[in-house]
Design a protein. Structure first.
Lengths: 154, 497
């Protein structure tokens, strides 16, 4: 028999609650206030502990079971796609301050769109170049927000 | 200064050329973002924050308000044309709107939606003008104790009214509150849960949560469903004309739901979604031809559309006059206002009447713009739905990343955004509603401070919440909000509305 989701999630939340409580109790005391900085966190930790235990013992309804299917990747291909996009985002963040906004964004939009199966490469190229350039202009000149330049001169 | 002077100032703000321009920009962008599948007012407001950052607060506020009700308006378009509501508030509109569109009467459905929304929105604004100052006057005597119980009420109400499991909604609120406790404690200066990281000392940026849990989380679903075509039609939506009999059919529901929707919008935790469902259900109950509902009934479309827009205006009442948001969306709007340096609350109407009345006055103009945008121009605007999904996904990701970056200039926040994007996805997969999370995240800091202020006043005595009559009555309502809905559900035997 397969383990119910509520059990797994309840258990994870229970551990989060215990860790949070543990950290709350270790907060340094401050003598001059009637309610110290650990009071609210302790209440929250206790509440989460209780709710996670309730969740652990809650039976899943039929409705929940049938709804699950829609939102979970049906096959490994979709899951792989999600992970690849996540890696792309990670790379984007990592490169943003090194290579600059314009270059990084051009690469990101072009390759993510390509990865997701868009076939008209010319359109893709035009969009992925024009969007960052227009954005850069709006942010730097109209809004006076400096986006990272990177090693490009402009 | 008298109320009238304030109103005149407000109207001057809204009717200035700059004002009109920003209202237009707000409602246009709101409509477009709200129309896109999966993206609702929260994303729309979040993405617009960096743009409003350096603006004159008056203009920024009218624009943001426009983005909000524009997104609610725009959401109905995708509900009708695609049966894919951008936001929960327009789900009920697809019940009759989509069948109508399938019968080749998409234009008619859009026209009915636009007119109902316009009336609902406008009546809502008139009521807002009447209610907000009164509530602000009452709230001026509120101390930290009253504020604390009010926010507690907002949180419990949103959890108990949430779709599905109340326990999950409560967990969601507690988790949001926990994230809010990260950073330096405002009263004692103790760093909490920062794990020694400098980046966490100031706490988690609210935009990270808003865009992570709502926009980025939605991106993963768009990726899974990327092969679905957005818009099947050829862009031909048929005639916009409404006949006299249809107009007559609309009159009743629109009139009733303008008021009911507004009242539901004021209530904490309810908002546009619940207003639209209740609007739909009540009209079906009192209709002479309930069997028509769900097959393309005029009343069935007009009711939720009126109600959700009236509720949007209603939601501004607690936000502007108390400074307490009652829903996830208004919580994000409050976050946006705080970024601009505006503190809504009972003093706003006295100290900054131009701001207070300006945003209300702007809604009249905004609703007229929306009517224009949504009636004659809708065939052109709906072309936006033919953007290929692959492109849409990568653009949305970039908007989220840049939105966060331009507020904090810190890549740490971007990694955090990615983390909350994954958390938001998991929450959605596991049926944990994200709205209580964001509401309690934004209210969390304020709640903790007002609780501790109240207890400082009473010298640590908890009876301060029972001794003060207003606080006590709100507390009683809170307990009822927590216990009644599950009880009613059990008695009725139906899971949720």
């Amino acid at each position: 028999m397969f383990v119910s989701r509520n059990r797994v999630v309840g258990l994870i939340l229970f551990f989060i609650a215990i860790t949070y409580l543990f950290l709350s109790f270790r907060l340094p005391p401050y003598p001059l206030v009637p309610v110290d900085s650990d009071a609210v966190p302790i209440v929250l930790g206790v509440l989460l502990t209780i709710f996670s235990i309730i969740l652990f013992f809650t039976k899943e309804t039929e409705q929940e079971k049938s709804e699950e299917k829609k939102v979970i990747p049906e096959n490994k291909k979709d899951l792989l796609m999600l992970l690849t996009v996540a890696v792309f985002i990670f790379l984007y963040i990592w490169l943003l301050e090194i290579a600059g906004f314009i270059l990084t964004t051009i690469l990101f939009i072009f390759f993510t769109t390509l990865l997701l199966g868009y076939k008209r490469h010319m359109v893709n190229l035009i969009v992925s170049v024009s969007v960052p350039v227009v954005f850069y202009y709006i942010f730097s000149y109209l809004l006076e927000i400096a986006l990272p330049k990177g090693f490009l001169p402009f | 200064m008298s109320v009238l002077d304030g109103m005149i100032q407000g109207f001057q703000v809204a009717f200035s050329i700059q004002g009109i321009m920003f209202i237009f920009i707000g409602v246009l962008l709101g409509t477009i973002i709200g129309m896109l599948p999966g993206l609702g007012p929260i994303t729309a407001i979040g993405v617009m924050i960096p743009i409003s950052y350096g603006m004159d607060p008056n203009m920024a506020l009218v624009m943001m308000a426009g983005v909000y009700y524009g997104a609610v308006f725009g959401g109905s378009t995708s509900s009708i044309l695609l049966n894919a509501p951008g936001i929960a508030g327009t789900v009920a509109s697809s019940f009759d709107g989509y069948p109508m569109a399938q019968q080749g009467k998409a234009g008619k459905a859009l026209a009915i939606a636009a007119i109902s929304s316009f009336v609902g929105g406008t009546v809502g604004v008139i009521l807002l003008m009447a209610f907000a100052p009164v509530l602000a006057k009452v709230a001026i005597v509120f101390g930290p104790a009253e504020y604390f119980v009010l926010m507690l009420l907002a949180l419990t109400a949103i959890s108990s009214l949430a779709d599905g499991s109340m326990n999950k909604a409560l967990i969601s609120s507690v988790l949001g509150f926990m994230v809010a406790t990260i950073g330096i404690d405002g009263q004692t200066g103790t760093p909490r849960f920062t794990f020694g990281s400098m980046n966490l000392l100031n706490g988690v940026e609210f935009l990270v949560i808003a865009l992570g849990l709502f926009a980025l989380a939605e991106v993963w679903f768009l990726i899974i469903n990327r092969k679905k075509k957005l818009f099947k039609g050829d862009g031909n939506i048929g005639s916009l004309r409404i006949t006299k009999t249809e107009f007559k059919e609309m009159r009743g529901p629109v009139g009733r739901q303008s008021f009911l929707g507004f009242i539901l919008g004021i209530l904490p935790g309810a908002g546009a979604t619940i207003a639209s469902f209740i609007g739909y259900i009540t009209e079906k109950k009192i209709s002479k031809t309930p069997e028509k509902f769900g097959t393309g009934s005029v009343a069935g479309l007009a009711a939720p559309e009126t109600a959700n827009n009236a509720a949007t205006s209603g939601a501004f009442v607690p936000l502007l006059s108390l400074g307490i948001p009652g829903s996830g969306t208004t919580a994000v709007l409050l976050g946006a206002l705080l970024v601009m340096g505006i503190q809504p609350g009972p003093l706003l109407i006295q100290d900054q009447p131009a701001l207070f009345w300006g945003v209300i006055a702007s809604m009249y103009i905004g609703n007229i713009f929306l009517l224009i945008l949504n009636l004659p121009l809708i065939p052109y605007i709906s072309k936006i739905l033919s953007i290929p999904r692959a492109m849409l996904i990568s653009l949305v990701i970039v908007f989220c990343l840049i939105g966060v970056y331009s507020l904090s200039f810190n890549t740490f926040d971007l990694y955090l955004l990615l983390v909350f994007g994954v958390v938001g996805y998991l929450m959605k997969v596991l049926d944990f509603p994200p709205a209580p999370f964001i509401l309690s995240f934004i209210l969390g800091g304020m709640m903790e401070q007002s609780l501790r202020k109240a207890l400082t006043i009473s010298n640590g005595n908890l009876t301060i919440f029972i001794d003060r009559p207003i606080a006590l009555s709100i507390l009683i309502v809170t307990v009822l909000a927590l216990t009644l809905p599950p009880f009613i559900r059990k008695v009725k035997g139906s899971p949720t509305i």
